[in-house]
Design a protein around this ligand. Structure first.
Ligand code: SF4
Length: 404
């Protein structure tokens, strides 16, 4: 499927079903009220314990492996450099974003702590146990960054503050800086100030959709979800004022019906404001309202990845790029030889996100296989090798000495 066919019309989410009253708001977990005992691994065969932040947080499978609380290996990845801590409640996230595995419409089918999110399971772990391990590792910690991921829940603002305080009481935020993946819908400017005052380093807003129409369709009124584009921008601008240049950013999912031109003009806008964009390739998450839709074609994704990298880190401007009638990049606005060098360096195709300790343009948050299967990698969670670069060049339809 070409990117022209992968258009707004074809990327229509399903309508959420009606949830029986007795299954709403985590009722099943709350009525069973099974006390949690240590680490909980998502399982559909036992009753889900009644776990709640700030005592409990969830973390990605990659983070649990790196922390040593789960055993196993991930394809071509030794460890992750970012410890993502996701707030957890039996009621789960009260929003209904169409592409998200955590969305509210799943409450009939699966308890919150058992839901897949960005293609992986998220074990639930006592916060104290997590902090103990990282504090004990001290300077040897593999983590370059910690990220608190808020969800839409009435307790989320307060519990984010508690998790941040408990962390910074034991771990120097200069040694392992903290990012906040915010939930603007429940937040005020004061909340943003409070998190900054408590030592958070970077503040990000998961805009996810590249245009207001796609936002509304996938995470606003279109799917009975409470978010609004204007509120997200309000908090993003608060973060810009309070956290300052290079310390705020926005997440964007590529391939939900926008054109390449749409998404890259947003990337330029964020750079002009002093921030960064963190990109995700749309993948039909199992159980989500968009699980019947196609993943973003690789040619489209690679062009956007490359162009975004040029705008974010190489001073190239959106206005100097050229697009065809379907909004696809046909000229990246730099000489052919330079483009070839940057493609060959491979960094443009790695996972994007908040920086770690290696380089400004290398994300600590590598989210292994969060937006693709290992057999057809979208965001590389490691430095692409020669074979990977051959694949990337083919996907870009870029031979050596030929820019498009
Ligand atoms: S607010 Fe975040 S966690 Fe909640 S449904 Fe939307 S994308 Fe998922």
């Amino acid at each position: 499927m070409s990117c022209y066919e992968h258009s707004t019309k074809t990327m229509e989410p399903r309508t959420p079903g009606v949830i029986p009253l007795e299954l709403k708001n985590g009722a099943r977990v709350k009525s069973n009220d099974v006390p949690p005992q240590g680490v909980y691994r998502p399982s559909y065969n036992i009753l889900t314990p009644n776990m709640r932040s700030p005592e409990y947080v969830q973390m990605s499978t990659a983070a649990a492996l790196t922390l040593g609380i789960m055993q196993g290996k991930m394809h071509r990845c030794e460890c992750t450099r970012c410890l993502n801590l996701l707030l957890t409640y039996p009621e789960g996230c009260r929003a209904n974003c169409a592409y998200c595995g955590l969305a509210r419409h799943r409450e009939a089918e699966r308890d919150y702590a058992d839901r897949n999110f960005i293609r992986v399971d998220w074990p639930a772990v006592p916060l104290e146990q997590t902090i103990d391990i990282v504090a004990k590792d001290g300077e040897k910690s593999p983590f370059h960054r910690m990220c608190i991921s808020m969800i839409t829940h009435p307790r989320s603002d307060e519990d984010t503050v508690t998790v941040l305080k408990k962390w910074t009481d034991r771990i120097d935020p200069k040694a392992i800086p903290v990012s906040i993946l915010s939930n603007p819908t429940t937040m005020t400017r004061e909340d943003v100030k409070r998190l900054h005052g408590l030592g958070a380093d970077i503040f990000t807003v998961a805009l996810d959709a590249a245009t207001p129409e796609i936002f509304d369709r996938t995470r606003g009124k279109g799917v009975q979800s409470p978010h609004s584009w204007s509120k997200y921008w309000e908090i993003l601008m608060d973060a810009r004022d309070i956290f300052g240049p290079q310390k705020f950013g926005a997440h964007i999912i590529v391939g939900m019906g926008e054109t390449e031109r749409d998404v890259l003009s947003l990337v330029q806008k964020l750079v002009d404001l002093g921030g960064h964009s963190h990109m995700f390739c749309f993948f039909p998450e199992k159980g989500s309202l968009m699980d019947h839709l196609p993943a973003t074609p690789r040619d489209q994704w690679r062009r956007v990845q490359l162009a975004r990298y040029l705008i974010d880190y190489r001073g190239v401007r959106f206005e100097n790029m050229r697009f065809d009638e379907a909004g696809r990049v046909v000229d990246y606005g730099i000489p052919e030889s330079e483009l070839q060098t940057i493609v060959g360096e491979g960094v443009a195709f790695r996972t994007s996100g908040c920086p770690g300790k290696f380089a400004d343009d290398v994300s600590a948050c590598d989210r292994p296989y969060g937006d693709s299967p290992p057999s057809n990698i979208a965001s590389y969670p490691f430095q692409p090798n020669g074979n990977d670069l051959r694949t990337i060049r083919n996907q870009l339809k870029l031979k050596r000495g030929q820019s498009n």
